[in-house]
Design a protein around this ligand. Structure first.
Ligand code: MG
Ligand code: MG
Length: 630
């Protein structure tokens, strides 16, 4: 199947758009008339520019307000169509999209519209072009693909066919299975878009909030399964109107678009094995069973600070890399690495972003398969020099300039700690605090990049996204999107900052880009952990007494429990399954922090209701520390 994207989907001038689209691997484009209106070249030159990039123009659009017009508008519509057909000949494309009429002048009637299309089909044939009819969700008389199909069927002309657009069908909740009975040769073109579920005017929703398949909440996979079941093997084209995308990087948005189409086709191929779906072969979405390690890059002095902090959190310095300046810190099932090398990836990350997390190691079923899937989806493999006898650990570049490594149990990778590290069998004495594993990891990025991260993770790994929540920071909103796997062994929280006045925004602007902002460790006994931490000299983030008044009002907790929570600065939440306890460290540097959580009886959330209290406390601390010039 050929892949295409509408030029309106991305930002930039026309040559920039073409270069970005071609580089992302698309076979061609849908061209919008506005593209030439803004561009100086003749249609023939525009066509040549596209072909010079090795691409085709699959579709010209839009042609509006055609069918069902009274005279004299009807005759004018045919004149207008003829001029467009001539332009298409010059441009070198043979298909035009005619969207259903929205004019108050238009007259209804399936047969009237069918007659108009039959006549237009004759005119199109003379110019050697084809016309495709699309039902806009807000069309005046036709707003349902089933009615558009009936018009095309009655027009009964070889140059007249149907154009399906997932947004228009799904936004009106039209049963996608009605597509299965349309003959494939009458489906001239298929447009794909997703969107977040927002209850608003359809036209406004469509023009501003569409996003790539997989980024929103619409059942685009079901739509595509129905299309594929007809035998349609033509072009799949992204038609995405989105305000952020139009202001974003043409390169990044094009890469996301190609990834979303590949991912969609891969899903459909697995769900409808009998349909023809030309998509590169790749392993299925990868199961992750946990985080094997988190690696910090730091200079010597920061490394000593982080080490001290980890010790307070109950970690033991448990070893070092055989050939690199990397130390291993352990507690329970958690491995933290601190890298102070003065070359290699960690060092270059340090030079650009300063101290922070530069690498995440995931435990997967098959590390090589993980890289293969990531590659098929446009991911970039990563490797760097290793010492003699050391493991070549499969890795890819993440979205925000970080690296992800993959460890599996089926190869030598299972012995990473024995092979690459000198592990201390009896690490120096420490006071463990009962941390068992990494519960979740939070990454912060500019809001515009959030969907890129989301698509990256959900297309490669077997994960689902939780509903997006808004967190209120005193400096503005932070949009938070959790992705997690079914068993909860992989939980990433993606936080999109809209303003640098928020803690998250401050953090990424000081770090020059997106990064891991907090690590949350799990304990099985929050109060025992809190007491052990205090003995180690740990000072938790101090929570306002108002929070506990509010908590009491919300949950009517027992007095002794409330007192204990307050005494240890522990936050509390409850859902239908169970209870949740949270404890935070202060911020380090420009806003990095640790969290400790206890989930009881399958509590599934992240304490979203507590976020504003936590953020307010962190902001107070940040303004104090910046005054003290820390
Ligand atoms: Mg459309
Ligand atoms: Mg958290």
């Amino acid at each position: 199947m050929k892949t295409s994207i509408a030029t309106v989907s991305i930002s930039g001038d026309f040559p920039e758009k073409l270069a970005a689209i071609a580089a992302a691997g698309f076979d061609g484009i849908e061209i919008f008339e506005n593209d030439f209106l803004a561009f100086d070249g003749r249609p023939a030159e525009v066509g040549q520019m596209v072909r010079d990039q090795g691409m085709e123009i699959f579709l010209f659009q839009p042609f509006r307000d055609f069918e069902g017009m009274p005279e004299p508008q009807r005759a004018r519509a045919f004149d207008r169509a003829e001029r467009k057909f001539e332009l298409m000949n010059e441009l070198g494309t043979d298909l035009v999209l005619i969207c259903s009429n929205v004019s108050p002048l238009s007259l209804g009637g399936i047969d009237r519209a069918a007659d108009d299309f039959a006549e237009l089909g004759e005119l199109a044939a003379k110019h050697d072009v084809r016309v495709g009819y699309e039902a806009l969700a807000w069309g005046r008389h036709i707003n349902d693909h089933r009615d558009a199909w009936e018009i095309v069927r009655r027009a009964n002309h070889p140059n007249v066919g149907l154009i399906l657009d997932s947004f228009h069908t799904l936004a009106r909740k039209i049963d996608v299975n009605s597509i299965r009975s349309i003959p494939a040769d009458k489906i001239f073109f298929v447009q794909l878009a997703d969107a977040p579920l927002i209850d608003m005017d359809l036209l406004y929703w469509s023009r501003h909030f569409r996003n790539m398949p997989g980024e929103g909440d619409l059942p685009v996979v079901d739509f595509m399964r129905a299309v594929a079941s007809t035998g349609y093997a033509g072009t799949l084209s992204l038609e995405i109107f989105n305000d952020q995308f139009r202001g974003g990087s043409p390169k990044a948005i094009s890469v996301d678009g190609h990834r979303s189409l590949t991912y969609l086709m891969d899903r459909v191929k697995r769900l409808e094995p009998e349909v023809r779906m030309d998509v590169p072969h790749m392993p299925d979405r990868i199961e992750v069973s946990g985080v094997e390690f988190v690696e910090f890059t730091a200079d010597e002095s920061d490394a000593a600070d982080i080490g001290g902090l980890l010790q307070t959190l109950g970690f033991a310095r448990s070893g070092a890399h055989k050939s690199k300046d990397v130390t291993l810190w352990r507690q329970g099932d958690i491995n933290i690495l601190i890298n102070t090398e003065d070359e290699g990836f960690a060092h270059s990350s340090y030079l650009v972003h300063g101290t922070g997390v530069c690498d995440i190691g995931l435990r997967v079923e098959d590390a090589a398969a993980t890289v293969a899937r990531a590659r098929a989806l446009g991911g970039v493999p990563f490797s760097q020099a290793i010492g003699p006898g050391e493991l070549e650990i499969p890795a890819i570049r993440g979205v925000g300039g970080g690296i992800m490594h993959f460890i599996d149990k089926k190869t030598e990778l299972a012995n990473i700690w024995e092979i690459d590290f000198e592990v201390d069998p009896a690490p120096e004495p420490v006071n463990p605090v009962g941390l068992t594993r990494l519960d979740h990891l939070a990454q912060t990025m500019n809001y515009e990049e959030l969907l890129t991260w989301l698509l990256f993770y959900t297309s490669i790994f077997k994960t689902e996204k939780a509903p997006m929540v808004d967190m209120v920071d005193p400096g503005g909103l932070i949009r938070s999107q959790v992705i997690e796997n079914e068993e909860g062994s992989l939980r990433f929280s993606l936080n999109g900052a809209q303003s640098t006045k928020t803690l998250a925004g401050h953090f990424i602007s000081e770090r020059f880009g997106s990064a891991v902002q907090h690590l949350a460790f799990a304990t099985n006994d929050m109060f025992a952990t809190a007491e052990a931490l205090e003995k180690n000299g740990f000072k938790p983030l101090s929570i306002s007494p108002n929070y506990y008044d509010d908590l009491d009002a919300r949950f009517a907790l027992d007095e002794p429990l409330l007192d204990r929570l307050k005494q240890h600065n522990i936050l509390y939440d409850r859902d239908a399954n169970g209870e949740f306890f949270q404890l935070y460290s202060p911020n380090y540097g420009e806003g990095f922090f640790f969290e400790i959580v206890e989930r009881r009886e399958g509590y599934a959330g992240y304490g979203a209701a507590n976020a504003q209290f936590r953020l307010a406390a962190q902001k107070r601390l940040l303004s104090m520390s910046s005054q003290a010039h820390l």
